[in-house]
Write a protein that binds this ligand. Structure first.
Ligand code: FAD
Length: 454
């Protein structure tokens, strides 16, 4: 075990939370051991962010080939090579993983391949992948074990026809007809992926709109796009069963509707991976498996921290990594402010993309807060018109009294990149007049942001 100068941090789970904490802590001279049972980079690199966005990039390119004639181009008929796509995804994950392992190595972080578990308030045991066991003692510990897809008892996942998102990446061929169950961020992203790759897609939506907790105007743009692509929406139906036949699946809904497809994909959230973590042995409180933390990510045992999906806070890689960095600074005795969740940028990688930051109009209305909302459609933006990507809009929300930018929503091509401008404005309490007077490149999609601020 690494025994560095004054204190030792044990990290169980090397995903975005764990690896960001490790690099920040090591940079502060803290001795760090990371225990990881799969790969550092975590579920985010192996199953979630990286593979899904790699697949999405191929889907996006396929989409643009399909619509090339709109730009006056003639293209050859194109097809998808799923095994090659899977190989590409695995290679990208391996590349990123190698980079991260090298970085941790260069910082002298001790990386243990195995499964960790707390045995007391300052001790843990690791079952090493290559056999054997390692007992560890720590001054501080970070629990960052992430989550796994939720599988309800009415679904028998076989990885071939009944899938979670983890099975979506190495299918032998493009599925004929995918029934996606769940219309949150993950569900709609996979609808986009499979539809663009050429599958027929049916989306089972348990509420009255896709992306149930989002601005209805945003959901409307996405629904319009889905319908135009021939995606069938089964609105207001909760899936209650999946029957598997020889050639396909039958999904039954609570209102009696039945949906047939070749494959079913479950995208109904996740559950924390904490059951075998020894929380009870260390006296760490949890709520239904989610580790309870305070504003500084401390658990009920103050020198044991938790971060990322296992806490049930905002389940995003970016949030997990930021929590990890803040924990490392806290342990190092540096000044730390609690993470402001109201200023987190969020993206949905559909086509058009959706991104938002800060206060949303619906949220302001719910709290009876007066806001000024200004909106510009991309149809009025020159760059978007010449790229033939006019679907969507930019909405900027500001305080009518002070002019401070409070939030923004962008639906459109590369919205996940554009939102950075609004995110910076929100983080820095920029006045909307400053945004209006910022000169953007012409023609560019960013001009829509300054115009929306006007
Ligand atoms: C399909 C999908 C796509 C997503 N896309 C995005 C996106 O584009 N952007 C975004 O910000 N978020 C995205 N997310 C969410 C994001 O993946 C998670 O919020 C993020 O991975 C959480 O990071 P984490 O560090 O908490 O956990 P994880 O990334 O899950 O890492 C936890 C690690 O702990 C390890 N572990 C668990 N138990 C033990 C143990 N006992 N001992 C040793 N190791 C252990 C696991 O092997 C894993 O490597 C997506 C989620 C899904 C499902």
């Amino acid at each position: 075990m690494l025994s560095e100068p004054s204190s030792h941090l044990l990290i169980i789970g090397g995903g975005p939370a764990g690896s960001a904490a490790a690099t920040t802590a090591a940079a502060q001279g803290i001795g760090v051991t990371v225990v990881e049972k799969d790969i550092v980079g975590g579920g985010a690199h192996l199953w979630d962010c990286i593979p899904s966005k790699t697949m999405s990039a191929s889907a996006l390119r396929m989409d643009s080939i399909r619509h090339a004639s709109r730009l006056g181009l003639i293209t050859e008929p194109s097809d998808v090579d799923m095994p090659r796509l899977s190989t590409r995804m695995a290679a990208i994950t391996a590349d990123i993983n190698r980079g991260l392992v090298d970085l941790l190595d260069s910082q002298k972080v001790d990386l243990l391949s195995g499964t960790g578990r707390l045995t007391g308030t300052n001790s843990a045991v690791v079952e090493l992948d290559d056999g054997g066991e390692r007992q560890l003692r720590f001054d501080h510990c970070l629990l960052s074990t992430g989550s796994v897809p939720r599988v309800p008892d009415w679904a028998q996942v076989d990885g071939e026809r009944v899938l979670t998102t983890r099975h979506a990446y190495d299918l032998p061929e493009v599925p004929d007809h995918v029934v996606v169950i769940g219309s949150g961020v993950t569900g709609v992203e996979f609808v986009h992926i499979f539809a663009a790759l050429g599958s027929r897609v049916t989306l089972v939506v348990s509420r009255q709109q896709v992306l149930p907790y989002r601005d209805p105007e945003v959901a409307a743009v996405l629904e319009e796009d889905f319908l135009e692509r021939g995606i069938r929406l089964v609105i207001g139906a909760r899936a209650t069963g999946i029957d598997k036949g020889e050639h396909g699946v039958t999904v039954t809904c609570d209102d009696g509707r039945v949906v047939e497809g070749s494959h079913a994909l479950l995208a109904i959230g996740s559950v924390p991976l904490t059951a075998d973590l020894g929380l009870g042995d260390a006296g760490v409180e949890h709520d239904g498996g989610y580790i309870v933390v305070d504003d500084f990510q401390r658990t009920s045992v103050p020198h044991i921290y938790a971060a990322g999906d296992c806490t049930g806070q905002m389940p995003l890689s970016s949030v997990a990594a930021m929590q990890g960095r803040k924990i490392a600074r806290h342990i190092a005795g540096m000044p730390v402010t609690p993470l402001d969740y109201s200023k987190v940028s969020q993206g949905v990688f559909t086509q058009p993309e959706i991104a938002s930051v800060g206060l949303e109009e619906v949220e302001a209305a719910e709290h009876g807060r007066k806001v000024r909302t200004t909106k510009v459609p991309f149809a009025a933006n020159a760059r978007s018109v010449l790229q033939s990507s006019t679907r969507g809009f930019v909405k900027v929300i500001s305080d009518p009294a002070t002019g401070v930018v409070l939030g923004g929503t962008i639906v459109g091509h590369r919205a996940s990149e554009l939102i950075g401008i609004v995110a910076l404005a929100v983080a820095a309490n920029v006045n909307i007049r400053q945004l209006v007077e910022t000169l953007m490149v012409h023609p560019s999609a960013s001009e829509a942001i300054t115009e929306a601020a006007e």
